[in-house]
Design a protein around this ligand. Structure first.
Ligand code: ATP
Length: 234
């Protein structure tokens, strides 16, 4: 579904992403793990054309490398950015409506708001509450819900569990699986490598901008290097 070839991202003198090749097959959950600064967010931002890059990115057989972000969203890619970034001064409902900014089908938008509320009943209860007053976990739900409002075929999530209490981290992973069961392909960035590898069909380990290892989630969970570096093992 998504094919990345020889992707490079540079910020001035910093070569943050160094020639990576990756693919995300339709219907899979693929995860990208790695330490802080490994280049994970830069990779997602490059896919959405939010940073300067070289290399090719194709989605459903079409080269999207040069398309503006809005067109990429229209084709079915949506991102939940790191740190949630909801619109604090708008209500939950208004945030969701904004998530559908590339769409014009009023009826579809309405029914998708109901779909998001069915995934996150708590958002429905608080529909008119300003997003800035929500708890961290609720804001995360809203960020995911807003990304779903473009009806993505591929949902990319940048560290959705960051800063959440362990019980909420489990909820986030349940939601990821639920969204996946509804037919959405997922590319997940996580620092919580153990949880990510458990749900992933396939995983890439990024080290200083390059792919150091890849394999099925189960394979990497058993891999000694991965255990030592990312799973707190010895
Ligand atoms: P984290 O888990 O800490 O978010 P990451 O793996 O997502 O890390 P990136 O955010 O992609 O890593 O950053 C990769 C490298 O690029 C880092 O060295 C970072 O400092 C640098 N970098 C990222 N954004 C910029 C920018 N806008 N300008 C300059 N350097 C940047």
């Amino acid at each position: 579904m998504l094919e990345i070839k020889d992707l490079n991202v540079r910020y001035g003198g910093i070569h943050a992403v160094r020639g990576i090749d990756m693919s995300v097959p339709q219907g899979n959950i693929v995860t990208l793990i790695g330490a802080n600064g490994a280049g994970k967010s830069s990779t997602l931002r490059a896919i959405c054309n939010l940073v300067k890059k070289t290399g090719t990115i194709s989605f459903m057989g079409e080269d999207i490398s040069k398309l503006p972000t809005r067109e990429i969203v229209k084709r079915g890619i949506s991102m939940v950015p790191e740190g949630r970034r909801v619109f604090a001064d708008l209500t939950i409902y208004e945030n969701l409506v904004l998530g559908a900014y590339t769409r014009k089908d009023e009826a579809g938008i309405k029914s998708d708001i109901e779909w998001v509320y069915s995934l996150f009943p708590r958002l429905k209860e608080r529909e008119k509450q300003l997003a800035g007053t929500l708890s961290g976990g609720e804001q995360q739900m809203l960020a995911v819900g807003r990304a779903l409002m473009s009806r993505p075929k591929l949902l990319m999530m940048d560290e959705p569990s960051l800063g959440l209490a362990p019980i909420l981290v489990r909820d986030v992973f349940k939601i990821i699986q639920k969204i996946h069961e509804e037919g959405v392909t997922i590319l997940l960035i996580e620092q919580n490598a153990r949880m990510a590898l458990k749900v992933a069909d396939y995983a890439y380990v990024l080290e200083t901008g390059a792919i150091a290892l890849s394999g099925s989630g189960q394979e990497l969970l058993k891999n000694q290097e991965v255990t030592r570096a990312y799973l707190g093992g010895v």
